[in-house]
Structure formats: C-alpha cells, structure tokens
Design a protein around this ligand. Structure first.
Ligand SMILES: CCCCC[C@H](S)C(=O)N[C@@H](Cc1ccccc1)C(=O)N[C@@H](C)C(=O)O
Ligand SMILES: [Zn+2]
Length: 311
C-alpha cells in the first residue's frame, strides 16, 4: 500500500474553500504533496510529529494548515515558473511548513530549514498562515540563504528582509502591501512598498523610511532589518511602477522585468555582506545583462536608487 498523490480539499483560516495536492497513505490523507520537488509538507506543531496533519477523508479542516500548504505550493510554483528554480536550494529540497507554532505568536519565520507560522493573538495579527505574502516572504528567506546568504544584520540584513518582501509582493501580486489580509488591528498592512511612510514602525514609533537619509542607525531589530528594508522596498516599487520621489522621476518597467532583475542580482551578484550601494550596482548589472546597458531597465534602476538616496 504505497503512498500516492491525491487531490484534497480544505477550508482556510477565513473560511475560503480550496483544493490542493495531498497524499493518500495507509487509508489516511496527509498534507504531503509529492508532485513538487522532493515534496511540500505541512504539519501541526502542537502535536510535534512531522506529517501528522492528516484527515480520514479528503477534507482538511485546520485553516492554518490548509492555508500554509496551499500557499507553499503557490510559492513553490512561482519560483519554478518564473525563474526555473526548484525549491529553496534549486535542488527540490522538501518545503516544510509548521503551523500553530508558539502561543498566539505574532510572527512567522524561516529557521534555515522550515517555515513556521504563529496563530497571532487576534489583536495584532490573525493566524499568519492566512497570508500568501507571508509564505512567500518566508520561503524567499530560504532562497536568499541558498544564494547571496545576506547576513541578517545592518544593511545586508535589511536587504535580506527586503528580498523577502519583494518576492512576497510578486507572489501576492495584486498590490504592494505586505500582510494586508492578516492585520487584526485595523491597520492597512504591516508594511507598504508603495509608500513606506503610510505605516508607523512599532519599534521606532516612526514612519518606515523611504529614503536612505531617514535610515535607522540604532541596534534594535538587528540594526533595523525590518525598518531599513523599506528603503530598498521603495526602490523596487519605483523600478516597477515608476513615480516621482524626492524630485527624482522614475519611469517604471513593470513587475515582470523587475522580478527578473532582483532574482539575477540576488543569485549572481550579491554576497553575504552586500550593502545598499552594492545592491544598486548589482541591480544595474543585472538589468544590463538582461535588457541591455542602455535600456529603460538600467535607467529605471539608476533613477530609483537615486530617488531613495542610494548611490
Ligand atoms: C524568529 C523571529 C522572526 C524572524 C523574522 C521573520 S523572517 C519575519 O520577518 N517575519 C515576518 C512575518 C510577516 C511577513 C509578511 C507579512 C506579515 C508578517 C515579519 O515581517 N515579521 C515582523 C512582525 C517582525 O518580525 O518585526
Ligand atoms: Zn523576514
């Protein structure tokens, strides 16, 4: 009685019904998708044993498990379809998600091996697994780890966080907001790439920075990795959508070219200690490789980084 792929069904955190690949094994069904790489698997951390989110029929009722599993599949497919990348390591590594981690934990993480999702406290966050951009954010940390492996501190750490947000917004493609569907406190989102200053960052109680001159230089948050990420997020937004920012006009080139430029910069040119200035150079080089050194893409990258004060 070998395991085999089945189409299963479930209800997400917000009651949305969805369909996804799971596995039939020994008369039960479990959230192990054998059709993507070496697998996409989701388990319930409260009972602690791997693969144990199962159902006696093809209906799964744990909303966080359903959302985490479906969102991991969507994000796996994004990297495969957009860049030809097979999972976080480009070698099919099993994509593992754990749900119900911690006690009403208001966060989600990538720990070097797996994605973990908290349930949120219902005041700040709803269960974080419900956010497609959360799954894409966390899986993208895995991609960063297997490429530039940017040190998670200071400017390289802010780039690490920014790449997680950039690809998060490219997977959850209908806006430039991060966490917009899981906020329980009435705020617009956790972060905005379109206008970072729309939102107050809780550690500094100041608007997120949208220019290098406004960068955080303190020691909180590993030197502001979730704060200064907004400077690079704004540059990515401007490259794609264009706009006037601090009297610099940027002519946007769209999401498709923008995601290719960032993926190439991340996977070919950036290193562990790269800073914002090196990010500018890597993106110019990647844009030139892809679209020509005198292309609109190169011009957009130069304009966007100048607009946020990075040279
Ligand atoms: C172990 C501690 C957590 C490490 C930071 C993780 S990678 C992270 O950045 N998590 C995201 C979660 C997220 C993503 C998208 C949308 C909403 C929430 C994050 O931004 N966490 C914020 C709350 C933070 O840690 O400040
Ligand atoms: Zn992160």
């Amino acid at each position: 009685n070998t395991a085999h792929d089945v189409t299963a069904f479930g209800t997400g955190v917000f009651g949305d019904r969805k369909m996804f690949e799971a596995q039939a094994f020994e008369g039960k069904f479990r959230l192990f998708d054998v059709t993507r790489g070496d697998g996409v698997v989701t388990y319930d951390n409260t009972t602690g044993t791997n693969l144990d989110v199962f159902s006696l029929n093809k209906m799964f009722k744990d909303g966080s498990a359903v959302d985490a599993h479906a969102n991991a599949q969507i994000t796996y497919d994004y990297y495969q379809d957009t860049f030809g990348r097979d999972s976080v390591d480009d070698n099919g590594q099993v994509l593992i998600s754990a749900v119900h981690v911690g006690n009403n934990w208001n966060n989600a993480s990538w720990n070097g091996r797996q994605m973990s999702y908290g349930d949120g406290d219902g005041l700040r966050f709803h269960p974080l697994a419900a956010g497609l951009d959360v799954a894409a954010h966390e899986m993208s940390h895995g991609v960063v780890q297997h490429t530039a492996n940017l040190i998670y501190r200071g400017e390289s750490g802010a780039l690490n966080e920014s790449f997680a947000d950039i690809f998060g917004a490219m997977v959850d493609r209908d806006d430039w907001l991060i966490g917009e569907n899981i906020m329980a406190d009435g705020t617009l989102a956790l972060r905005s790439m379109e206008d970072p200053t729309d939102l107050i960052e809780r550690r500094t109680e100041a608007p997120y920075p949208d220019h290098w001159s406004k960068r955080y230089t303190g020691t909180l948050d590993n030197g502001g990795v979730h704060i200064n990420s907004s400077i690079n997020n704004k540059a990515a937004y401007l490259i794609s959508e264009g706009g006037d920012h601090f009297d610099v006009a940027v002519n946007g080139i769209g999401r498709d070219k923008t995601e290719q430029i960032y993926y190439r910069a991340l996977s070919l040119y950036l290193t562990r200690s790269s800073d914002f200035s090196m990010m500018r150079e890597a993106a110019i080089q990647a844009a030139g490789d892809l679209y020509g050194s005198d292309s609109d893409a190169v011009a957009a990258v130069e304009q966007a980084y100048s607009a946020v004060g990075v040279y």
